[in-house]
Design a binder for this molecule. Sequence first.
Ligand code: BG6
Length: 469
Amino acid sequence: MAIGFPKDFLWGGAVAANQCEGAYQEDGKGLSVQDVLPGGLVKDRTKVPTEDNLKLKGIDFYHQYKEDVKLFAEMGFKVFRTSIAWSRIFPKGDEALPNEKGLQFYDDLFDECLKYGIEPLVTVSHYEMPLYLSEQYDGFRNRKLIGFYENYCRAIFSRYKDKVKYWLTFNEINSLFHAPFMSAGINTPKSELIEKDFYQAAHYELVASALATKIGHELMPKAQIGCMVLGVTLYPLTPDPNDIILKMLRDRETYLFADIHVRGHYPKYILNYFEANDIKLDITQEDLDLLKHTVDFISFSYYSSSCATTHPELSESTGGNLIKGYKNPYVKASEWGWQIDPQGLRYTLNKLYDRYQLPLFIVENGLGAVDELVTTDDGTQTVVDDYRIEYLRAHLNEVKKAIQDGVEVMGYTSWGCIDIVSASTAQLKKRYGYIYVDRNDDGTGSLKRYKKKSFHWYKDVIATNGEKL
Ligand code: BG6
C-alpha cells in the first residue's frame, strides 16, 4: 500500500503580522520597518508612514481575527502560522518592559485558535523589527540587537509557553543578503554595504536565533523550535561542469544558514571563504558556544525554482520573490513570472532531508494570482480559482511522493491562506488565499471575506488527510 501523509500531519495556512494585521498604531504599537515600506522591495522606503502603504490597514486582521480563525477552523486547520509584531510588544525595541496591550492581543488570538484545536506556529520575527532599532542601531549590524531580541523572546516565550508549541526564530533568515532593511532592519543603504557587513549581520542573527532556541528550550521544555529558510531551488541550466559547480556554490548560500542552525557550527567551506577573502568577523567564544543550541526542525518556503548558469546568453533571468535565477524551458511561470515547479518541492524536501535528517515543515507555498469575484447562479459570491487548486494539488502530490521517498514532513501551511498584502510588491491584487478579502490596491473595499472554490477543496484535502487531492 502506498504510504500517505502521517496521521498527525499538521495541515494549515500561514500569514505574517505585518501583511495582515493593520492597526499599525493601535494599543501602543510602535512603528516597524514595514510601516515605511509602501512598495515592498520595488520602491524605496519612506521617512514616515504614508497613506499608500496598504500594510497600515492590511486586511484588518487585528479586529477581524475571530471571524477569520473561525473560517480556518471550518477548513479544518490543525495549525495556523502567524508572526508576532515585535513593535506591538516592544514599541521601540530597547525598553525594559513589554507593552501589555500588545501581549494581550496575541493571548486572545492564540486562545481563539486553541478553542478550535488549531495549534499556533509562531514566527518570532517575520520581516519586521521596530523601526527605532533600525534607525538608532542599524538593525542587526549592531551586536546590541542580540540583547534586544533576547528580551523580546523572553517576554513572549514566558507569556505564551502554555499556548504555543511550535516556534520559528526568523523568517527566511538567508534573505538578509538580498533585502537587508526588510529582513534585518539594516538602515544603511544596501549600496553602501560591503560583503563583510552582510556576514557580520548574519552572524549576529544566527547567534540571536541560537539564543532564542536555548531560552525557548529552557522556558518551554515541550516546545519545538525551528529555523526558517527561503528555499532556493536551483538547477544547472546545462550539463557544463561549470554550471554544476556554480549550482553547488549557490546552494551553499542557503545551506550555510541551515548548516549552522542544525550542526551548531560554521562549516569549513565558509571559514575558508572568509580566510581567502580576508573577511574578519566579530565572533566571540561565547557566540560559538551559543551556536551549539541547535534547532528541532527545519522549515522553509517554496514557491518556484530557477536555473544557475555560466551561459547567460542561453536564457533570460526570471522573477522570484527575492532571489532571481535563469528561466527553465521545461516549466511554466505565474503572472508574476515565478516559475511553477511542483517537482522542485519533492527535490527540495529530499535534498534537505538527505543532508540533515531532521523533520521538515513546509511553512510557505502557494500561487499569487489575480482573482475575480463572481456571483454564482444561487447568488453566492466566490472566486473560481481552479488555477490555484491546480498549483496546490500538484505541489501536495509531490509532498506525498517525498514522504514515500522517506522524507519526514511534519506539516504544510500554504502561504496567505486568507488574502493579504504581498511582501515583495506590497500589492493586494496578488492573492494567495482560500478566502477572498474585498480590498483593492487603491485602498478601496469593504474588507468583507468570501470563500473561494479552493476553500472547499482544501477542506476536503484536510478532511481526508491528503488522500483526496
Ligand atoms: C516569502 C515571505 O518570501 O514570500 C512572505 O516570507 C511573502 O512574507 C511570500 O509574502 C510571498 O511573496 P509575495 O511577494 O508574493 O508576497
